[in-house]
Write a protein that binds this ligand. Structure first.
Ligand SMILES: [Zn+2]
Length: 150
């Protein structure tokens, strides 16, 4: 293992059960970290929900790359894309955080990043946009993930 793989990758994610924000080191994801409040496992192998309130802390403030799925409930292509996004999260535990943003709820965030259609996937590295794909574009999405974890 290289030094890079041992480097801490601290992210703030909300517990899926009690919604308490937890700071988690993704480099230790294999040790199955638990929520500091309710002690239930932090679900790092699936996309986490982020809204206007925690986008800054969770996505912009992340030490790990974050892939953000901007989606909406009424959007059929978003539903088609969802299993691919789930799989990206499951395959890249500890290396990449996958977040989902409902653009009808997180209006401020969607506007701030100029999201004009959904689904839009955006990759953030060190708090800045490192690329985006619009629509169902499997090859482009794979390339985006490669950029983050390759
Ligand atoms: Zn909890």
């Amino acid at each position: 293992m290289s030094e890079v793989e041992h480097a801490p990758r601290v992210v703030q994610v909300r517990c899926a059960f009690c919604l308490t924000p937890n700071r988690v080191d993704l480099a230790r994801a294999a040790q199955r970290p638990r929520c500091g409040k309710c002690q239930k496992p932090m679900l790092l192998d699936r996309p986490i929900k982020v809204d206007d309130e925690d986008f800054g802390d969770t996505v912009v403030g992340s030490e790990a790359p974050v892939l953000v799925d901007f989606h909406a409930d009424w959007c059929q292509p978003c539903k088609i894309l969802a299993p691919m996004v789930d799989e990206i999260a499951a395959r890249n535990v500890g290396r990449l955080l996958v977040a989902k943003v409902d653009t009808d709820r997180a209006v401020r965030t969607a506007e701030a990043y100029g999201i004009r259609s959904v689904p839009t996937l955006m990759l953030f590295m060190n708090g800045e946009e490192a690329g985006r794909t619009i629509g169902i574009m499997p090859d482009e999405i794979r390339a985006l993930v490669e950029r983050a974890v390759g």
